[in-house]
Design a protein around this ligand. Structure first.
Ligand code: HEC
Length: 184
């Protein structure tokens, strides 16, 4: 045998040692997880991911938790209120692309909000089916005077829905100041 070359036996032995190391590694990797899952105990704080282990339980419980954190119509309205102000100033500035964008986002957020809270759906129909498309017409036409008029009508629909939903104390009025970093 030339020096530096291994015999068949030696090669086979190397292979066996390598395979054993691989299996050992896999077993070592799987073991702690299996134990942690079986015990049902949360990992110690030092081992937890930064977001913590808050999504716990079986699949139904996990979805229920995420749904709870996603919140209800209040968050839909929180977003709608902000976008409503941006929408107004976009129209006043004649930034019609931004106005169209904000109106689309309001439509989307209210529709998704209704998916989460179906009983709110009926009261929202006049807003969705009349006020939004009519304001869209003014934006597409890039007509400042029509925008002003249709925006006022939209605002009345916001408040009409609030009244129907026993939230009349949430009185929406035409914005007087900007709230957004986006400007003219
Ligand atoms: C379904 C009909 C409906 C429509 C349409 C509607 N709202 Fe609301 N709004 C609600 C309800 C219901 C609440 C209370 C939500 C809650 O407490 O879960 C609310 C609450 C709000 C709040 C308070 C949110 C908070 O928690 O701080 C604001 C702001 C608001 N609406 C703005 C608007 C604006 C602006 C429009 C129109 C562009 C509008 N809403 C259209 C039903 C509606």
């Amino acid at each position: 045998m030339k020096p530096g070359h291994l015999t068949r036996k030696q090669l086979a032995a190397c292979g066996l040692v390598g395979a054993a190391a691989l299996i050992g590694g896999v077993v070592f990797f799987l073991q702690p997880r299996t134990l942690a899952e079986e015990s049902g105990k949360p990992a110690p704080a030092s081992k937890q991911p930064p977001q913590g282990n808050w999504i716990r339980g079986d699949t139904d419980e996990k979805f229920a938790l995420v749904a709870k954190h996603l919140r209800g119509f209040d968050m839909t309205m929180f977003e709608t209120g902000h976008r409503y102000i941006d929408l107004y100033w976009a129209g006043k500035d004649g930034n019609w692309e931004f106005a169209a964008y904000q109106l689309d986002k309001i439509l989307q957020t209210v529709e998704l909000g209704i998916e989460r809270r179906p009983p709110r759906g009926a009261s929202a129909q006049p807003f969705l089916k009349t006020a939004v498309p009519q304001l869209k017409e003014a934006i597409v036409a890039k007509d400042g005077a029509l925008f002003e008029q249709r925006f006022t009508a939209l605002t009345a629909h916001c408040n009409a829905c609030h009244a129907m939903e026993k939230m009349a104390f949430v009185r929406v009025k035409i914005p007087e100041t900007r709230v957004s970093p986006v400007g003219p």
